[in-house]
Design a protein around this ligand. Sequence first.
Ligand code: UD1
Length: 415
Amino acid sequence: MSSYIIEGGKRLEGEVNISGSKNASLPIIAASILNNNVTKLYNVPNIHDTQITLEILKILGCKIGKKSDKIVIDSRNMKKTEIPEDLMRQMRSSVVLAGAIIGRFKEAKISYPGGCDIGARPIDLHLKGFRKLGIEVEEESGFIKCKCEKIIGNTIHLDFPSVGATENIMLASALAEGETIINNAAMEPEIEDLQNMLNRMGAKITGAGTNIIKIVGVKSLKEVSYTVMPDRIEAGTFLCAGAITEGKIKLNNVNVEHIAPVINKLEECGCKIEILKNSVKLEAPKKLKNVDIKTMPYPGFPTDMQSVFATVLTVSKGTSIVVENIFENRYKYTNELKRMGAKITVEGKTAVIKGVKRLNGTKVTSTDLRGGAALVLAGLQAKGKTTVNNIEYILRGYENLDKKLSMIGAKIKQI
Ligand code: UD1
């Protein structure tokens, strides 16, 4: 088990380069299965989740080359269509590999996916989408077997705009016969990034970024080079780190439009924000104001920023109300924050936060990826030393979090 040791109370000041997006990289790496060719990807973050995805591709028969943020995937010799259970369980998002494998081979076998424990995470919408495309889906003793003669385009209505289901359907239908329409599709920027990458490969997809996506099946896809979008959650996390430390920071390699909901709330808290081309500056006030947040599908406030933002609110003036509308069990980290002196009451979807002056350093444990990042922010603000245990969760999704924070004045080290 690894930990971060943080000496709190240092004002963050300086510039940070934001890495490529984790959530965009995963489906884009999966898409490299579809072209039966070579895919060159740039700006891929070097984090545990991308490493696992690449490891799965290797086991399936792809050749992988890797040099810092550049990855080359050659899927020409891929033959296997079954994802090993132990790797599948390490990462929930490995489920998007299924769409790509079926899309190319017309068969796939996966086990139920794992990932962060933030509430029930069913995949019924993914499977409903597959069935609508003519894929036979058999579920038995923890495994899901998919097969078909051919994939035939169809109109699919999602009961909820699920990010993963939207991506999986796009991947499964890119090489289908005919046209697929996804109604009530998720509108997250990562889906637009996947569309752009697939189109660069020769797919015919329109509408990503809106709630109706149209995929016109093509016969084959070709070699591609693509640069992954910046990570909007990493950017949001650093802005909040600046806010909670009375900091003055500049983030480079950001798409400002993607983080508008977070910027908007930080301004309400009293932060001064300056938007530049591909970068953003934040200057925090001495005392932050309370604000209310409600997580919603994009372009609403992102659920992945809920824990980090709530941590900022633990030291703002007055009372703030947070409502989590996407996942049912995303407040586990609040018990750890309470051990640091935060005043939080959780009931169902709602957390009521009464701001305190300062948190107190102590030993806390990450409960999930974003909850872990929230504890790091708490440690940056707290009086004395904070030990954040179980940071394996954090390493899944943040590239060099400790090094990047150190570069702007934080006292943090990994042990
Ligand atoms: C993706 C992101 C994750 C983010 C989430 C919501 C990746 C790798 N992960 O996760 O960081 O927090 O979007 O923005 O991109 N649901 C169903 N049935 C399904 C699928 C989902 O009921 O078949 C429900 C989920 O339980 C949840 C909600 O829909 O309550 C949203 O889930 P979804 O959008 O699918 O999230 P992920 O794709 O898993």
